[in-house]
Design a protein around this ligand. Structure first.
Ligand code: NAP
Length: 317
């Protein structure tokens, strides 16, 4: 079943055939063990979008093709890139990796690569894996990407469309995926207090704008916020994107709140964890796990964004 209340930010994806399923039966929901808190399964929803992309590709003559520019040898970046290219391969789509050693990378060289990819009609999405080495001007490299090939939604032209309530541009994959996850589980948003911890251009800021577009009352918290616990305790929807392991403790959580964990870390035992302490789940109504929550949704939205760019060629976008 399709969601009854399509999200404004989903308009463009919907025009290209993507549908958010609606999982409304609480009895069918997986719960965190020993709690009544529903697991917001990014893994399950990302599979759904991968299947939709495969099906939709059959009726579109263009096979979506992503090119990733990877600079340097950062192991975390390598893992992220390999997960992205693997997902594209699983969907039967093209993905191409260009590797540039950190010692050879200059702003000018990377801009040249971007210009070449801009001019290549077989490339529908250009992804510059961040972070870039410190000696490279990341804004100048990203700024060289043409708007139609910005699959990350990072360019000011795309961010500006979102900020002005126009949903005709590419949206940042992580918050876009969070919105789809909330909609699939029919989490009501209008009039709710949403607190976003983090104000980065790629996660926190667009997250707040997308929640605002669904009529949440949005508060941004950041490293200079006073009384973070008190601010978070007012949240009906709490998004943690601070990049601080286990920052959010049970006393930060309003009973019945919806918790979204964007963070990704390894604890001292090497186990994956997020920004939210799992002890919070017993107070929440819904929560996204780490792993298998926001991470797979980010990659799924990269797939959706690349499909939209590819299939939008020659059509109104
Ligand atoms: P970022 O650029 O480092 O931004 C972090 C934000 O959190 C900043 O706005 C910072 O405040 C704020 N912050 C840091 N410590 C804080 C604290 N103790 N209390 C309150 N606010 C605090 O990071 P990002 O790129 O937005 O990413 C955030 C996290 O999400 C990272 O762990 C990243 O690895 C993860 N991530 C995951 C995915 C995924 O797919 N799962 C995708 C993207 C990012 P200031 O602005 O004041 O410095």
């Amino acid at each position: 079943m399709e969601t009854l209340l399509p999200l404004k930010c989903w308009t463009r994806a919907q025009q290209h055939g993507f549908r958010i399923p609606q999982w409304t039966d609480p009895l069918a929901h997986e719960k965190f063990p020993g709690t009544n808190c529903t697991v917001l399964s990014g893994q399950k929803l990302s599979e759904e979008f991968r299947n939709q992309a495969k099906e939709l590709a059959k009726s579109n003559s263009i096979k979506p093709n992503l090119t990733v520019l990877l600079v340097g040898e950062d192991p975390a970046s390598r893992v992220y890139v390999s997960n992205k290219t693997k997902t594209f391969a699983q969907a039967g789509f093209g993905s191409h990796l260009i590797e540039v050693p950190a010692a050879e990378a200059t702003t000018e060289l990377l801009q040249k690569w971007v210009h070449k990819l801009n001019a290549d009609p077989s490339v529908h999405g250009i992804l510059v894996q961040l972070p870039l080495p410190k000696h490279v001007d990341a804004a100048a490299v990203l700024g060289a990407i043409v708007l139609e090939k910005d699959v990350d939604g990072f360019l000011p032209g795309n961010v500006g469309l979102l900020a002005t309530g126009q949903f005709t541009g590419t949206l940042s994959c992580t918050p876009f995926g969070v919105m789809a996850l909330l909609a699939a589980y029919n989490v009501s948003l209008a009039g709710k207090n949403a607190v976003v911890i983090g104000r980065s251009n790629i996660v926190g800021k667009p997250m707040g704008l997308m929640l605002l577009s669904e009529d949440c009352t949005v508060t941004y918290a950041h490293s200079r916020t006073q009384n973070l616990q008190g601010v978070c305790a007012q949240a009906d929807i709490l998004v943690a994107a601070a990049g601080q392991a286990l920052l959010v403790k049970p006393e930060f959580v309003k009973p019945g709140a919806v918790l979204i964990d964007v963070g990704m870390h390894r604890d001292s035992a090497g186990k994956l964890c997020g920004d939210i302490d799992p002890d919070c789940f017993s107070k929440a109504s819904f929560a996204s796990p780490v792993p298998k929550g926001v991470g797979p949704m980010t990659i799924a939205m990269l797939l959706v964004n690349t499909c939209i760019n590819a299939w939008g060629q020659g059509k109104a976008q």
